[in-house]
Design a protein around this ligand. Structure first.
Ligand code: FAD
Length: 394
């Protein structure tokens, strides 16, 4: 696609965001409302299937387009942005690793508003979300039984299906992982609530799975293929999407702060806030950082498209994608902090700037947390193994 095509895509998603998503953002945050209305609008226009081929009801667009959509949604409402990224990620993982029957049943209905998400993290392994203690059990030749305490799942209690990660039956070690597409209406699933500092609409509550009976036709890929799916399915699309949402958040903070500076006037000395150099300096600091994100986002998204088009594993750019996620989350926090500083008491009061400040915080801890991610990056630089599953190995 050409630059002109991407401009068109941006202006299309931006119109939808301005019309539906932006006006809902404050209410979603204040009342902790799940952004159902926003998701329905995105589904109706096809954005919930942005990466899904047209034969399964999607738009058949690429990762550059997905990143643009995530950025524009995040720019208006981070809660909706995260829900959108988890959904798109779950759907794309099925697109890459699922069979025809699974794509018919789980991807096609996205157009009617079917929502998916990832259910991977467990309390017992914390931010090492790829490491599960839960283990699937066999139930006859055709079924599995799933038991797990998942600590955080975006869209918990709201999604129609959970892309569920666990150890394979009889697993010999933590790398023997399998994935299941779990219908959220199945018996034995219950979820907790979500009360948090920010992204209050994304409902990342805990989920308890008790003896949940899942048919073998909903196992994604083969038993034991989960490690592959983590590296080459879940992670790439999730990381580019997540970074793009934080990019949008960073941009929103800068825009709101600039508006406040030009729109606020001190009558005593007849000066606008924008007349103070110390405040302009802070905008300048944010701007330079924010502008570093878009070219990086586009370049990584293009690389994902190229890898997918040539049938190569996308996980080979895991570390660059992780670097982008870290930087985008940090820039969102710096931009939000500067915005709050330059807008004084008015910025501190309930409103878009303090919401963005609280929302941005989630980016630092979301998996891989920036601490864990910097460890991966540092280890890779000095030629050490990541030791994701056991000391000395991967
Ligand atoms: C808003 C939000 C949405 C989420 N959505 C989902 C979702 O959709 N699906 C899902 O499965 N999970 C989701 N998660 C979970 C997320 O990905 C992490 O697994 C979770 O936040 C880890 O929290 P914890 O308190 O268990 O971390 P802990 O691991 O206890 O981390 C505590 C501190 O230790 C640091 N730390 C931990 N391990 C290391 C290490 N090896 N090296 C250096 N520092 C380390 C961390 O950076 C952090 O500072 C979500 C979390 C949030 C906050």
């Amino acid at each position: 696609m050409s630059a002109h095509d991407y401009d068109k895509i941006r202006s299309e998603i931006r119109s939808l965001v301005d019309e539906v998503i932006r006006p809902n953002a404050e209410k979603i945050d204040r009342d902790g409302i799940f952004p159902r209305e926003n998701l329905d609008a995105l589904a109706k226009a096809g954005w919930n299937g942005v990466l899904i081929p047209k034969e399964y009801g999607g738009l058949g667009l690429d990762h550059v387009a997905f990143a643009i959509a995530a950025e524009e949604i995040g720019r208006a409402c981070a809660s909706t942005g995260l829900v959108y990224v988890m959904h798109t990620g779950a759907a794309q993982t099925i697109n890459l690793f699922g069979n025809r029957d699974q794509k018919e049943r789980w991807l096609k209905p996205a157009r009617e508003g079917l929502v998916g998400t990832y259910s991977t993290s467990e309390k017992a392994s914390g931010g090492h979300w790829w490491f599960n203690f839960s283990e699937a059990a066999r139930d006859g030749a055709e079924h599995y039984r799933l038991n797990a305490e998942k600590s955080f799942t975006t869209s918990a209690g709201q999604a129609d299906y959970y892309l569920f990660q666990t150890r394979s039956p009889g697993a010999k070690g933590p790398t023997d992982i399998s994935f299941f597409i779990v219908d959220s209406k199945l018996e034995g699933i219950s979820h907790g609530g979500w009360e948090a500092l920010g992204v209050r609409g994304n409902h990342s509550g805990p989920i308890s799975y008790r003896d949940v009976k899942v048919h073998a036709r909903d196992r994604l890929g083969e038993e034991g293929q989960g490690k592959d799916i983590v590296y080459h399915g879940v992670s790439p699309v999730y990381l580019i999407g997540l970074g793009s949402v934080w990019h949008g958040v960073a941009r929103a903070a800068l825009e709101k702060a600039s508006e406040h500076l030009t729109g606020t006037h001190h009558r005593d000395f007849d000066k606008k806030l924008s007349d103070y150099q110390v405040l302009r300096q802070q905008l300048g600091e944010s701007k330079v950082l924010v502008e570093s994100l878009r070219p990086w986002q586009t370049e990584l998204a293009r690389r994902l498209d190229d890898l997918q088009a040539t049938g190569q594993p996308q996980g080979q750019i895991l570390i660059p994608l992780t670097e982008f996620k870290v930087h985008a989350a940090e820039v969102a926090n710096i931009s939000a902090r500067n915005a709050l500083d330059v807008s004084g008491g008015y910025g501190y009061k309930r409103g878009p700037l303090e919401r963005i400040f609280r929302d941005a915080r989630a980016g630092i801890g979301m998996g891989p947390s920036n601490n864990i991610a910097r460890e991966w990056i540092g280890k890779t630089l000095v030629g050490l193994p990541l030791e994701l599953f056991e000391a000395g190995g991967e």
